[in-house]
Write a protein that binds this ligand. Structure first.
Ligand SMILES: Cc1ncc(C[n+]2csc(CCOP(=O)(O)OP(=O)(O)O)c2C)c(N)n1
Ligand SMILES: [Mg+2]
Length: 682
């Protein structure tokens, strides 16, 4: 296959299906699938106009690409990630008309999302179709992750990911192309170039040629007339062959046109002429295949009528059954694959575990070694994590040497795809522990974490889950300045579907890492880097697990409750000793897990002490402590003898570089003592 070859609009005039290894029956089946896809689309728009289906995304015009590319894959072993316009992919891949209508009517038994997502957001674990979101482009790194899973297993499956030409402007597309090229993955990018992204024409969207871009990423790109069914099949067949033979990815850019507006909410007369639409309708792929079959004497009038009647009957039954199905009724379920209800309350400090005394970073490295030893399916990747370097803090040192380059490898500096690829690989059965080098650099991955990882269980009605653990060093106190000091916990603790843990002792590092890896949901594992070398403690040998959602009491007391986590928990424990000398008896709670929150432990403690001080190294305003303060004020108001106080940072970017500036802002044990004294006196 040569890179970036342009095929003319009529290129396959003389192409015969037998040359492609297709039997007569197969090409007739192609026609049946394309025709049914078209009829379902027409029916959906009619239902929408009648007020029976709220929203429709049309596929009409795209059938050749969708059906032909799908038929070139193997439904028994390959994976597809169709985008919202890909009804033809879904139908040819085995979704039934009834299932499609269940989605359109947002029914409880809608197998895609149980009525939680817009129609056309395909999903099926049994059929290896990863749940899709509405966010343009996020599917590409997922496909890379699945292809990586396939490669790691040594399977010969192929992954096909679909999107519109507009989606190729997203960074995720470029990151995925780069990643797929570097790792030579069995992945096919199918771009359905219908010349518009809603109203934006291709000229305002794409510089140069899309297909040509593949070459720069190290693999072939092919442009094909997307209204020529056999031509698409041929190009896809070659891409599948390459992928299956280990020759790496292919990009297919298929030119086509959508006949209806962008969705049922769009008015396309505002940006394209009726003449233009009519010109393209003359190249209708369904009509062309019908013509082809007639010319090749494969479709008699009687046979055509039989197929037509069969389609009409199938759709009538499907609509009737789907419309009569029950409506969904559980809006709060399946947010998590494993819902954790914290409790009962922790009432006293845990006995210190036995073990060699090490610092936090050593504990992290050891725990990663142990967790990878214990679980064959744990994979670590990130920037600089491989081999002897083992990350900028050495957390992953020697993992590559011990477990091999498939289980610990370097990635491009592309945080969105680090998380996106982790999602795909986790969905395909691995437990991925990606590292984000500094929490300050996680922001490009916000979308993948919040819109994708966090929502996958909920949006697929519990059919998919992504058991990944995102490790990242966070927090200040190391003179790392503005971009090596941020606290990010409140962004993620806000998000349903994520779990957030913050270890502050070497023992908890091990206990929480094992619990996080064994949990079926995405877990943010935030490492207070101030403690990497500062916090020392016993590292327990053998099995040691700290359940998610259970706080620890670091110091028992009766006068006030100090609630903290991470480096601040460490400081609060230090402050507690100083406070005892001042005849104040504080109880220090180290939350360890911010989501789910161990509320029962906080409640019992505050009811005992009647005073609460919350310490965190983030900005006070809308920080994690703000939520704690609200919960305490709300639920223990009657027990309180003083206002709930917080000790955190003013509204300044964290952290200025100069030691004199950072020292003034960063909370200290002495500062905690002062705040606690004030509160105890109140
Ligand atoms: C990240 C993101 N930005 C914007 C949107 C809104 N949006 C939905 S579809 C679309 C156009 C996509 O065009 P294209 O990728 O060409 O696919 P087509 O709809 O033409 O098949 C836009 C801008 C979105 N869903 N996600
Ligand atoms: Mg488009």
């Amino acid at each position: 296959m040569t890179s970036h070859r342009t095929y003319g609009m009529d290129f396959d005039r003389n192409l015969h299906h037998a040359e492609l290894g297709l039997s007569d029956d197969q090409v007739i089946e192609m026609y049946r699938l394309m025709l049914t896809t078209r009829r379902i689309d027409d029916r959906l728009f009619a239902l929408q106009r009648q007020g029976r289906a709220p929203f429709v995304v049309g596929s009409s015009g795209h059938e050749a690409i969708q059906v032909a590319s799908t038929l070139a894959l193997d439904r028994e072993r390959d994976w597809v990630l169709p985008y919202y316009r890909d009804m033809g992919v879904a139908f040819a891949w085995g979704f039934t008309a009834e299932e499609i209508f269940l989605g359109a009517f947002a029914k409880k038994t809608d197998p895609m999302s149980g009525g939680r997502q817009l129609p056309g957001h395909w999903s099926s674990p049994e059929r290896r179709v990863l749940t899709q979101s509405s966010v343009i482009g996020t599917q590409y790194p997922h496909a890379v992750g699945i292809a990586q899973a396939v490669a790691n297993r040594g399977d010969d499956a192929v992954v096909a990911v679909y999107g519109g030409e507009g989606s190729t402007s997203e960074g995720d597309w470029h990151e995925a192309m780069n990643w797929a090229g570097i790792r030579k993955l069995p992945l096919i990018f199918v771009i359905e170039n219908n010349r518009y992204a809603i109203s934006v024409p291709e000229e305002e969207q794409v510089a140069g040629s899309l297909a040509a871009r593949a070459e720069a990423y190290g693999f072939p790109g092919v442009e094909v007339d997307g209204n020529r069914t056999l031509r698409v099949y041929k190009v896809m067949q070659e891409a599948v062959r390459r992928a299956r033979a280990g020759e790496g990815p292919t990009l297919i850019e298929a030119e086509t046109y959508r006949y209806y507006a962008h969705t049922s909410d769009d008015n396309d007369t505002l940006y394209r002429s009726r003449e233009e639409v009519e010109t393209w309708r003359k190249r209708d792929p369904v009509a062309r295949v019908r013509q082809y079959l007639i010319e090749n004497r494969l479709l008699t009038e009687a046979e055509e009528e039989r197929i037509d009647n069969e389609v009409i009957a199938t759709l009538a039954t499907a609509v009737e059954k789907a419309e009569a199905a029950p409506n969904p009724d559980e809006p709060t379920s399946r947010v998590y694959a494993r819902m954790i209800e914290p409790g009962p309350a922790v009432m006293e400090p845990e006995p210190e575990p036995a073990g060699e005394v090490v610092n936090m970073i050593t504990a992290i490295n050891r725990a990663l070694h142990e967790v990878m030893e214990a679980h064959d399916d744990v994979v670590v990747f990130g920037e600089d994590v491989a081999r002897r370097k083992g990350g900028v803090f050495k957390a992953t040192q020697e993992l590559t040497d011990r477990f091999g380059p498939d289980r610990c490898f370097n990635t491009p500096i592309a945080e969105s795809s680090i998380i996106g690829v982790a999602i795909g690989m986790s969905a395909a059965g691995f437990k991925v522990v990606p590292e984000i080098q500094f929490a300050d650099y996680i922001h490009p991955a916000f979308d993948q974490l919040v819109s994708e990882a966090a929502r996958i269980s909920f949006r697929s009605d519990g059919r998919w889950n992504v058991p990944m653990v995102v490790r990242t060093p966070y927090g200040a106190g190391i003179h790392g300045a503005l971009y090596h000091s941020q606290s990010i916990e409140s962004f993620y603790a806000h998000v349903p579907g994520l779990k957030v843990v913050v270890p502050s002792t070497p023992a908890d590092v091990k206990g929480l890492l094992f619990a996080a890896v064994e949990d079926p949901d995405p877990v943010m594992f935030l490492e207070p880097k101030k403690l990497y070398r500062l916090a020392k403690g016993p590292y327990p040998a053998g099995s040691h697990e700290v359940p998610l959602g259970r706080a620890a009491i670091r110091h028992a007391g009766t006068d006030l409750t100090i609630i903290a986590y991470g480096a601040m928990a460490h400081f609060a424990a230090e402050a507690a000793t100083l406070l005892e000398e001042l005849d104040i008896s504080p109880e220090v709670i180290d939350l360890r897990c911010l989501k789910p929150l161990d509320w029962p432990t906080i409640e019992e403690s505050v009811k005992k002490t009647s005073r609460a001080l919350i310490v965190y190294e983030d900005n006070e305003f809308v920080g994690y402590g703000a939520e704690l303060a609200a919960q305490i004020a709300d639920k223990t108001f009657e027990w309180l003898d003083a206002p709930v106080r917080r000790y955190a940072l003013p509204d300044v970017p964290i952290m200025p570089y100069a030691g004199s500036l950072e020292n003034e802002l960063y909370p200290t044990p002495e500062g905690i003592v002062r705040k606690a004294q004030e509160l105890a006196k109140y």
